[in-house]
Design a protein around this ligand. Structure first.
Ligand SMILES: [Zn+2]
Length: 139
């Protein structure tokens, strides 16, 4: 799937986000190494900390479908400015992606879309390979 289509999928699912408190909607689209796409949107909650991020939801959908390898992820926020993944989501993405995984981030202004890598967003990351002896959990 071309990057443009992946970002379009993130933008489309963004419109389904449940964000009545912040009004800030986010959509995420994951492309896996198997070529499948998984979507997620942010879901807020009256008890604010119980809300979830779009990237988190897309990762859950991917794992629930039996996949664990992110090839690229696109994030689209509802503000004009580029919406990058929050710190916690950078770590969540890292669990299923390597440093050169493509991250496409954008807002409502198409020109503000940024293509970067997970390594650029989360340098010197802590990942599953730092836990020797637990590699049997993979797969
Ligand atoms: Zn997040």
């Amino acid at each position: 799937m071309p990057i443009e289509s992946l970002f379009a999928a993130a933008r489309a699912v963004r419109d389904r986000a449940y964000a009545p408190y912040s009004g800030f909607q986010v959509g995420a689209a994951i492309l896996t190494r198997n070529g499948h796409t998984y979507l997620g949107c942010n879901v807020e909650n009256a008890a604010y900390p119980s809300g979830t991020c779009a990237e988190q939801a897309a990762i859950s959908a991917m794992v629930a479908a039996g996949e664990k390898e992110i090839a690229a992820i696109a994030i689209a926020g509802s503000a004009p400015e580029t919406c990058f993944p929050c710190g916690a989501c950078r770590q969540r993405i890292r669990e299923f992606a390597d440093g050169d995984t493509k991250v496409i981030a954008g807002g409502t202004l198409g020109a503000e879309r940024v293509e970067t890598t997970l390594d650029a967003l989360l340098p010197h990351a802590f990942g599953p390979e730092q836990l020797p002896g637990l590699s049997g959990l993979e797969g």
